[in-house]
Every structure is written in structure tokens, then in C-alpha cells.
Design a protein around this ligand. Structure first.
Ligand SMILES: NC(=O)C1=CN([C@@H]2O[C@H](COP(=O)(O)OP(=O)(O)OC[C@H]3O[C@@H](n4cnc5c(N)ncnc54)[C@H](OP(=O)(O)O)[C@@H]3O)[C@@H](O)[C@H]2O)C=CC1
Ligand SMILES: CC(=O)C(=O)O
Ligand SMILES: [Mg+2]
Length: 771
């Protein structure tokens, strides 16, 4: 995709729907008159009076304890410089979004129109009653140092300038690990720091407190090497001024062990990297573009460890790994500050986490089979959910031990559980699946390519490298939509079945072979092939595409039929079913069957459950299956509860490895406290179900559609289960996002099927070899 298009996508992302990236959401019921009298006048007077009596009660009755102010004046926005407070707002909203998704912290972003230090300090100080903490962001040096120092002195809540300390903490953790891998000692390494601003100064200070020697450090700014002989040197830069007689970054780089870039893009050359000592460490952290491009750096020499601030390369050294978790820990013990012991605790926790075995979910999220501590994995990945539990707990502990906590945590196991509970994971699984898809994109044929939404989705999956789209339809019609909508699908294969007589003939003969005893003549098969759903499914069957997406413009039954006739069901299943992945606030919940089997018998219900069990596992999730009805374990009799009860019995007897129970009502499946209180014997009593099997299509279909329409969950699906090869059918009128999600699922489906086939082949070969 062209750069212009990518830029447009970023603009659309921010402007479409409700402008911006965040909103305020009430946390209490507001449905009735009673609710409103409690929420506002007169009820609200009661907490007001309590707080008036005891100020600390503000933490009990308001959101203060979980509310952080992200404050900037827009004077050093990323590496874009002084672009003003309004222009900094997207970044500050972005920080708010990251605080929320990674640590469940609520944020108000405040962009202040002042460069005056006194005014800035006065405004922020006056906000103390509102917030539990203050995250200063993108304020330029040297003003940021005084602003932060004064606010820390004068405020009784944690204040942290993220560009200074967040960056220092993460890069220090990365540096400790990189030194270990490159067999270098902190007290011996020669460090060149490019940049002498907020981030660079604080990072360097922290490296010194971790053992680096000031005499081994050379710092550069726009003028070049900061020498102690430089006239009018300010006190902060003077801290790292060198007595060495060198002037340029190029000279400084020669024989150095470590390069730290916190300046601006493209300030370092390949020659400079080549001149560094053996096994060098290069952290080019300027955003959005590093001091030297990743590819250029790694092509310069084999022995280097390279990191950037970007998410699209290995070793992302970015303060996103720190600020959410540091504030989480500080807020949870109501710390009055973020002090040195808390920062060091965060450094150690982050560094240690990188050495622990990486959970499968992280491998999945980053397209990798086996992420391991090493040159391309020196610090944890931002999507590693363990950051929250490990780093926040370490910071909270250090706050308690260093005496700045106003609340003590006694039960650390309970705290770890509380932290885990904060990870809603609504989007986490889709992010993980997308990354997995990207690791090995597959050819997906779009049967309805003469449609704008399909083409836009094709462009997105191509641009994101999720899939290699193949477009089916009239070339002129498709090209006209591409041009009119300024889409970029250059290089994408377009196939017009009517211009492919040989292929059409080949597919028709194959269809005829399969259907000749079901009343289909060769003439009829040829006629059927004019339907692009038949043509696309045949491409998949013949291995000319890996998966097919269709259904946007036709009803489900019409679209599924060609797939069933041409591709057929998996041998051991003989049944297809539709599953939805519902992205709820409590994590993903799988619903089945929602689209295919109208009124399954007891045995069919057993088959469907086994199919669901197998399919949920493909997402690296262990299914906990509740079989639903309007009855709980025999509390009501009737055709439906009896059928479900019978299916559960068969499953318990014949498939003890499947974690399933029922029959039960929907609320008992999801609310496991309720289940445990009333039916402690249930196999699901220790945790909520994540997979719901409905007794018939009606109930499954109604349930997911209501949930979706009421805005309680995003529905991803219907994921078609049981076909030999992946064909996925989007719902009539799906959105572009829904189509993209389905393509992503289709690619994952292909990958899993291919892995299963390889494993099966391996097993067979082994058996043959044994014989
Ligand atoms: N990866 C991460 O997590 C983070 C990355 N950063 C990045 O670090 C950079 C600096 O941010 P921050 O410290 O907040 O900003 P500041 O404005 O406080 O500091 C910028 C510093 O960079 C120096 N500089 C700019 N251009 C050059 C150049 N061509 N050669 C040498 N020095 C240069 C400036 O020199 P002078 O003093 O002469 O003006 C100044 O010292 C930005 O790109 C930012 O995106 C920041 C925080 C976190
Ligand atoms: C990451 C960050 O905070 C910055 O680049 O400014
Ligand atoms: Mg910043």
C-alpha cells in the first residue's frame, strides 16, 4: 500500500465514528430514577460529606485512585519537536488508550497551552484533588527537568515524566540483558548517547546508577559531542560532558560498545556502526523513525544487537513497556511518589521477565514458534500479559518497602489475581490471531470481488500482510470500483471465470464426478460453475487458493452449498457447524452452533460439541463447555433439557477428556460463583465456561445477535467448522472490519490444517519407519 494510503488510514482511524480514541463510560447503573438520585442530587451529597470529613475517602467514593492525568504542552512530541498542545493530543489520547488496555487505568489527557514553567507547575499542582497520578509527556528539555522536580516536591501523588523515567527503565532493562548476551560489563562499556534531552539525560543517569561509568560515556546533541570546554554549557548537559578531544558523533562512535539514540531519525550511518567495537549494542529509539533504519543496521554487521522504539521490528525498546505497569503498581498501594527503588524494581522485573519461558499466547501473538531470550528478544514483548502481574507487583512491593505506600498489600496471591482480572482481553485474542496470520499469509479467494467492502477488506489484508487476496469477478467492474474508491490493489490477481474456459471445464468435470449420482449432468455442472461460489470453492479444492471468503451479498444457505458439494466435510466429522467468537468484556466466549444445524438430535449435539471443542483449541484456548438449556441439572423436564442432558451424559461417558457440563442456564454458565453456590458438583464450578453449546439454531442465533446488537460484544464469525478445506461465509451486509476478521480467521484455519496434515504425515512416516 502506498504511503499516502497508509497516512489516510491513520487519519480515518482517528476521525471515523466518534472522533478521537477515548471516551468516558459510567461505571454504575443509570437506568432508573433511583439510580440517578443516587448518582447525582440528592444522593451524591452523602459521599461529598464523607470526603469533606476525611479527604482520604476521595479514594473510596470517587475514581481518583484509578485516574491518571497524561499532561503535555506539546513541546517535544515524539521526535516531531515543538508542534503545540493541540497537535500533541492524538499522542496523549494514545497514551490514555495504552494505559487502559494494558493496565486498566483511566486517563484524562490534558494539553496545556503554556511554555512557562511556573504556570505549568501551578496548573498541574492544582489538579491534585482529581487524580491518583500524573504522567508528564513530551515536554522538552531542559524545562521538563525543573517541571518534574518541582511537581514531585510539591505534590503528594506519583508524578513521572514518562519520556525520562519510562524510557530509562525500559532501556536499562534492555541494556542489562544485551550486555549479558554480548558478554559486556556495565562498568566497562563505552557508551555513546545521541541526544541530550529529557529521555537521553534520564536514561544515562539510570545507567550510571546501574554501574556504568561516567568517564566511559560520550553524549552528543545537535552541535556534536558535548565537551566540558563548550562555552555556556547548561548544568544538565554538563553532567555528561566529556574531556575527550573529539567533536563529532562519528568520532565518538569509533570503538564504542553501546549506542543509545534518543535524538531524531537518520542521524547514524552504517559506517558509524561498522566502526564500533566487537559485539556492539545499538538502541536507536527515536520515534516514529529511529536514528538508523532497522534493516540497514542489521545488514551492517552480524555481531550487533539492535533495538528500536518501533513495534514492527524485534526488540521494541519503548516506554509502553513501562508506564502502564509502573503507575498500576503505584496506584494500587496509593504511593505518594515514584522513587528510585520503584524504578530499579521495574528495571529488574522487566529484565528478568525476558529470561522466563515465553507463554504460548505470546508466541502466537508475535507469529513465532519459540521466542527465547537472545539477540532478537532482549526485553519482553508489549503484548505479554505477564508484564502487568510481574512489573506492577514489583513496583508496588518496592513502594511499600521504601516507605512511600499509603496502603499495604498483604495477600500477594490475591493481588496477582486482581491484576489478572484487569486484563479483559477483548481485543487481545484478535491481535494474537492477526499476528499469527501474518506469520504465514495464505491465498484467499474473494468470490464477491465486485463489491467495495470486499475490495477494501482485500486491500487491508494485503497491506497488513495477513493474506494474499485473489479477486473473482468481472475485471472491468472490479477495476472501476478500485479507481473510483482510490483503492490500492496493485499486483493483486483478478480472475474473471468467464475468461477462463479451461479452468471452468476442469472444475465442471470434477464437480460432475462428485455429483453425477446426485442428479447432476456435466451440462448442469458447467452451468453451476458460472456461479463464483462454485468457481472459488473449486479453486480451493484444486489447491489454487488456500481459502475462500463469500456471503456478503447472498444468503448463507446459497453460499454454503457449493462448498459442501465441492469440498465436503472432514472425514471424521461428517457435519458442519457455525461458531461465533464473541469478544466480551470478560474475554472471548465461543457460541455454537449459530448458523447451520436447525434442530440437532442428541447425538448430533454430541458431534457439534466435539467439533466446537476441537475448533476452540485452534485458538490456543482450552475449551470449558457449557451445554445450555432452560433447566439446571434436571431442574426442569422437557424435550430440550432432556436432549441436552442426554448429550452431556454421552460426552461424560465417551469423551471424558472434554471439559463439558450441563444442562444449565446461560447465567450459570458465565457466572461461576452462582454455579458453585448452587451446583458445587459441576465440572465447571471452578471457572466460567468459555464455550456455549446451544440446544438448537434458534437459541444460538438469537443469543449472539442480541448480544451484538446490544453492544455487549463484538461478534467474529460465523466461523464455519467441519469443512475439509477452509471456506468462510461472512454474514449478509457485514462491515469491512468483520470481513477482515473473517479473512484472518480463514488464514489461521489454513495454517492449523496444514500443521495438522504435517503432523499426521510425520506420525505416519514414523510408524512406517518402525515397521
Ligand atoms: N523509544 C522510546 O520509548 C522513547 C523515545 N523517545 C524519542 O527520543 C527522542 C527525544 O525525545 P525527548 O528526549 O523527549 O526530546 P527532547 O526535545 O527533550 O530532546 C531531544 C534531544 O535530541 C537532540 N537532537 C535532536 N536532533 C539531533 C541530531 N540530529 N543529532 C543529535 N542530537 C539531536 C536534541 O539536541 P539539542 O539539545 O541540541 O536540541 C535534544 O538534546 C524523540 O525522537 C522521541 O521520540 C523519547 C521517549 C521514549
Ligand atoms: C514513546 C514516546 O513516549 C516518545 O517517543 O515520545
Ligand atoms: Mg513521549
Amino acid at each position: 500500500m502506498s504511503k499516502t494510503n497508509r497516512k489516510q488510514d491513520a487519519l480515518d482511524y482517528h476521525s471515523q465514528g466518534r472522533p478521537g480514541k477515548i471516551q468516558v463510560v459510567p461505571t454504575k447503573p443509570t437506568a432508573s430514577q433511583r439510580d440517578l438520585t443516587l448518582a447525582y442530587s440528592p444522593g451524591v451529597a452523602e459521599p461529598c460529606l464523607r470526603i469533606a470529613d476525611n479527604t482520604e475517602d476521595v479514594y473510596k467514593y470517587t475514581a481518583k485512585g484509578n485516574l491518571v492525568a497524561v499532561i503535555s504542552n506539546g513541546t517535544a512530541v515524539l521526535g516531531l519537536g515543538d508542534i503545540g498542545p493541540e497537535a500533541s493530543k492524538p499522542v496523549m489520547e494514545g497514551k490514555g488508550l495504552l494505559f487502559k488496555i494494558f493496565a486498566d487505568i483511566d486517563v484524562f489527557d490534558l494539553e496545556l497551552d503554556t511554555k512557562n514553567i511556573d504556570d505549568f507547575v501551578k496548573i498541574v499542582k492544582s489538579l491534585e484533588p482529581t487524580f491518583g497520578g500524573v504522567n508528564l509527556e513530551d515536554i522538552k528539555a531542559p524545562e521538563c527537568f525543573e517541571i518534574e522536580r518541582r511537581l514531585k516536591e510539591e505534590m503528594n501523588i506519583p508524578v513521572m515524566h514518562d519520556d525520562q523515567h519510562g524510557t530509562a527503565i525500559i532501556s536499562a532493562a534492555a541494556l542489562l540483558n544485551a550486555c549479558e548476551l554480548q558478554k559486556k560489563k556495565m562498568d566497562k562499556i563505552k557508551i555513546v548517547v545521541n541526544g541530550a534531552g529529557a529521555a537521553a539525560i534520564s536514561c544515562t543517569r539510570l545507567y550510571v546508577s546501574l554501574g556504568a561509568k561516567k568517564e566511559n560515556i560520550v553524549m552528543c546533541d545537535r552541535t556534536g559531542v558535548i565537551q566540558d570546554s563548550r562555552p555556556n554549557l547548561d548544568a544538565i548537559k554538563a553532567e555528561f560532558a566529556t574531556s575527550r578531544k573529539i567533536n563529532t558523533l562519528e568520532e565518538a562512535m569509533k570503538d564504542s560498545d553501546v549506542f543509545i539514540g534518543l535524538s531524531s531519525a537518520d542521524t547514524v550511518t552504517v559506517e558509524m556502526l561498522k566502526s564500533m567495537a566487537k559485539n556492539p549494542i545499538v538502541f536507536a529509539m527515536a520515534n516514529p523513525n529511529p536514528e538508523i533504519a532497522y534493516e540497514l543496521a542489521i545488514s551492517s554487521r552480524k555481531d550487533l544487537i539492535m533495538a528500536t522504539g518501533r513495534s514492527d521490528y524485534p526488540n521494541q525498546v519503548n516506554n509502553v513497556l513501562g508506564f502502564p505497569y509502573i503507575f498500576r503498581g503505584a496506584l494500587d498501594v496509593r504511593a505518594t511518589a515514584i522513587n528510585e527503588p520503584m524504578k530499579i524494581a521495574a528495571v529488574r522485573a522487566i529484565a528478568e521477565l525476558a529470561k522466563k519461558t515465553v507463554p504460548e499466547a505470546v508466541n502466537l501473538a508475535y507469529n513465532e514458534k519459540n521466542i527465547k531470550f537472545g539477540k532478537e528478544y532482549i526485553i519482553p514483548k508489549p503484548m505479554d500479559l505477564r508484564l502487568l502481574t510481574n512489573v506492577s507487583a514489583a513496583v508496588a512491593k518496592a513502594a511499600i518497602e521504601s516507605g512511600v505506600a499509603r496502603k499495604v498489600i498483604q495477600d500477594w496471591d490475591a493481588y496477582a489475581e486482581e491484576l489478572k482480572g484487569r486484563l479483559g482481553g477483548e481485543d487481545a485474542i484478535m491481535r494474537a490471531i492477526t499476528n499469527k496470520a501474518k506469520s504465514d499469509p495464505k491465498r484467499v479467494v474473494f468470490a464477491e470481488a465486485d463489491n467495495y467492502k470486499i475490495l477494501k477488506a482485500a486491500q487491508i489484508v494485503k497491506d497488513e500482510n495477513i493474506a494474499i487476496p485473489i479477486l473473482l469477478g468481472n475485471k472491468a467492474a472490479i477495476q472501476q470500483i478500485i479507481e473510483e474508491s482510490a483503492l490500492d490493489l496493485e499486483g493483486v490477481t483478478i480472475i474473471d471465470p468467464f475468461l477462463e474456459p479451461e479452468r471452468m471445464q476442469k472444475y465442471a468435470e470434477s464437480l460432475y464426478q462428485k455429483r453425477q449420482r446426485k442428479g447432476v449432468t456435466l451440462f448442469e455442472a458447467t452451468k453451476l460453475l458460472r456461479d463464483r461460489n462454485y468457481f472459488g470453492a473449486s479453486m480451493v479444492e484444486f489447491g489454487e487458493a488456500d481459502a475462500m471468503i463469500s456471503g456478503l451479498t447472498k444468503n448463507y444457505a446459497t453460499t454454503i452449498k457449493p462448498a459442501l458439494q465441492i469440498i465436503g466435510t472432514e472425514a471424521d466429522v461428517n457435519r458442519v457447524a457455525g461458531m461465533y467468537m464473541m469478544m466480551t468484556k470478560k474475554g472471548p466466549v465461543f457460541f455454537g452452533d449459530t448458523t447451520v444445524n436447525v434442530d440437532p438430535t442428541m447425538n448430533e449435539l454430541v458431534d457439534l460439541t466435539l467439533l466446537l471443542d476441537r475448533s476452540v483449541r485452534k485458538f490456543n484456548i482450552t475449551p470449558r463447555i457449557a451445554m445450555l438449556s432452560y433447566s439446571n441439572f434436571g431442574s426442569n423436564e422437557g424435550i430440550i433439557p432432556d436432549k441436552v442432558k442426554g448429550a452431556v451424559k454421552i460426552l461424560h461417558e465417551q469423551h471424558p477428556d472434554v471439559l463439558v457440563d450441563g444442562e444449565m442456564q446461560g447465567n450459570f454458565a458465565i457466572n461461576n460463583a452462582l454455579l458453585k453456590d448452587n451446583f458445587p458438583f459441576s465440572r465447571l464450578a471452578d471457572a466460567p465456561a468459555n464455550t456455549l453449546v446451544f440446544p438448537n439454531l434458534e437459541s444460538g442465533n438469537i443469543a449472539y445477535k442480541l448480544l451484538q446488537e446490544l453492544g455487549e460484544a463484538e461478534a467474529v464469525g460465523p466461523i464455519l467448522l467441519g469443512l475439509k478445506k477452509p471456506v468462510h461465509i461472512v454474514q449478509l451486509g457485514s462491515s469491512v472490519r468483520e470481513i477482515v476478521n473473517m479473512v484472518t480467521i480463514a488464514v489461521l484455519d489454513v495454517q492449523v490444517k496444514q500443521q495438522e496434515a504435517t503432523a499426521k504425515k510425520g506420525g505416519l512416516l514414523k510408524r512406517v519407519a518402525k515397521k
